[in-house]
Write a protein that binds this ligand. Structure first.
Ligand code: 13P
Ligand code: SF4
Length: 446
């Protein structure tokens, strides 16, 4: 059976696609009406542009044939005109009343499709244009932006309606960072925003411990994480192991890196981030401290303080992978490149880096430096941010992906807003919140 679907696709409409997908036929001719129009407010897109949108959104499929049907402004000859262009068909599908009447008058079977989705095509197109401005500087094509536009539109609408904010760590994918996030940053800056925000709901696009941190600082707010994502550092130590360490080294305060679970924070004396760890350690009166869980960051800190640091053997699987030798090889080819490394990297890299610090420290350096060539020894999300926010800079060398951070998708964010799964809602025991908050508050006070 051959079906003819007639629609103007002007404004283009998610509902058009929904309707086409409901048709059961061997072949579906998609007839685009009024195709000669372009450039007016009501008809902004040409036939070629509309055809491209339909192909992108339906996916390449031989079952569909897309054809232009220019208007002839003659109702008496309209059906004959259509037949001349498209050839034979057995049944007509349309949402347009006049088209329905004209085909019925000529004895054709006409069916209406029930449109369930209602996002205007103009809105999709505008959103895709907005996204493309940012995302083209990373690896997204315009077609990719068209595909994600309905999702980002829906998320942004729901966000407003629910008085929610979306916080995204700089290691998130560009569609999340520039499509839906209200704030971008590192673990510390986002925690501070979570603490001061007036929003009712916080969607934290990052690994789970960051969602927990936001919940500890805002116990009354609803905090959601799009996906339950771990972290090799946070998962490297349990509260029982912290208690054992305290027994083994009595009187030594426990400084925990923010990449720890709420339960581990609750067992610690003070929290720190990659940006303020040295300040936190030096603020303590004791000469010996326990630092956990990152052994590499601990070793980096040991070089900067006279205090003795007792270490734990956790590592970040992303930052430990960088190799000093290959970085120096690349540096030979780009002698003017600035090497910026996260402090979770091995000391043999931090030693020769022009700057070692937190995600925000690295980005702030890029903001200020005159150097064009930058080597970012960290997760790839930060390179994406620099590509978008500093298109004049050259990113040299390579980066590593965090499999935990990259678990989060726009689909997960939409579910978290629409109908959250149980494991998307961050829930913490009151006692844990009170104890963990003490170690976080001490850091924030500093
Ligand atoms: P930041 O504190 O720099 O955001 O780092 C968190 C993290 O997970 C780094 O790997
Ligand atoms: Fe954890 Fe490393 Fe991923 Fe950061 S980059 S979330 S420390 S595994």
């Amino acid at each position: 059976m051959i079906a003819l679907f007639i629609g103007r696709f002007q404004p283009f409409h998610e509902g058009h696609l929904d309707a086409i997908k409901q048709i059961k036929a061997d072949k579906i001719i998609i007839g685009i009406g009024s195709s000669q129009y372009k450039g007016t407010k009501d008809n902004p897109y040409s036939f070629v542009e509309r055809k491209k949108i339909i192909e992108t959104m339906l996916g390449k499929n031989n079952q569909y044939q897309i054809m232009a049907i220019p208007d002839i402004h003659n109702n008496l000859r309209w059906v004959q005109h259509v037949k001349k262009i498209v050839g034979n068909f057995d049944i007509v599908f349309t949402g347009n009343k006049l088209t329905e009447k004209l085909f019925k008058e000529k004895g054709y079977q006409v069916r209406k499709t029930k449109i369930k989705v209602k996002i205007s095509g103009t809105a999709i197109r505008d959103e895709a244009n907005r996204l493309f401005e940012y995302l083209q500087k990373t690896c997204y094509s315009y077609e990719d932006c068209l595909k994600i536009a309905p999702l980002t539109l829906e998320i942004n609408q729901l966000k407003k309606k629910q008085n929610a904010i979306i916080l995204a760590h700089s290691y998130q994918t560009p569609d999340i960072m520039y499509g839906v996030a209200d704030y971008l940053g590192d673990s510390y800056s986002l925690s501070k925003i979570a603490k001061t925000s007036k929003a009712k709901k916080i969607i934290f696009c990052s690994v789970y411990f960051m969602g927990e941190t936001a919940k500890i600082l805002n116990p009354k707010k609803e905090v959601l994480v799009p996906t339950l994502a771990g972290c090799s550092l946070a998962d490297s130590i349990t509260p029982a192991q912290v208690r054992k360490l305290k027994k083994k080294y009595p009187g030594r305060p426990v400084v925990c890196y923010i990449n720890t679970t709420a339960k581990v924070k609750a067992e610690s004396d003070i929290c720190c981030t990659s940006g303020n760890a040295l300040k936190v350690i030096n603020s303590l009166p004791q000469d010996e401290i326990i630092f956990l869980p990152d052994i590499l960051m601990g070793k980096n800190l040991q070089k900067l303080t006279s205090k003795k640091i007792i270490l734990w053997n956790g590592t970040c699987i992303v930052h430990e992978k960088f190799n000093a030798h290959s970085i120096l090889q690349v540096k030979k080819q780009f002698p003017n490149a600035k090497i910026l490394a996260h402090t979770e990297c091995n000391p043999n890299i931090v030693d020769f880096a022009d700057l070692a610090g937190s995600t925000n420290d690295l980005l702030n350096f890029v903001d200020k430096t005159e150097s064009k060539d930058i080597m970012l020894i960290t997760e790839c999300g930060l390179s994406d941010r620099v590509r978008v926010e500093h298109p004049d800079k050259n990113i040299i060398g390579t980066c590593n992906l965090c499999p935990y951070m990259k678990k989060i998708t726009l689909q997960d964010i939409l579910i978290a807003l629409k109908n959250p799964r149980k494991n998307q809602i961050v829930k913490l025991d009151k006692k844990i919140i009170t104890k963990a908050k003490k170690s976080l508050d001490k850091m924030l006070l500093l």
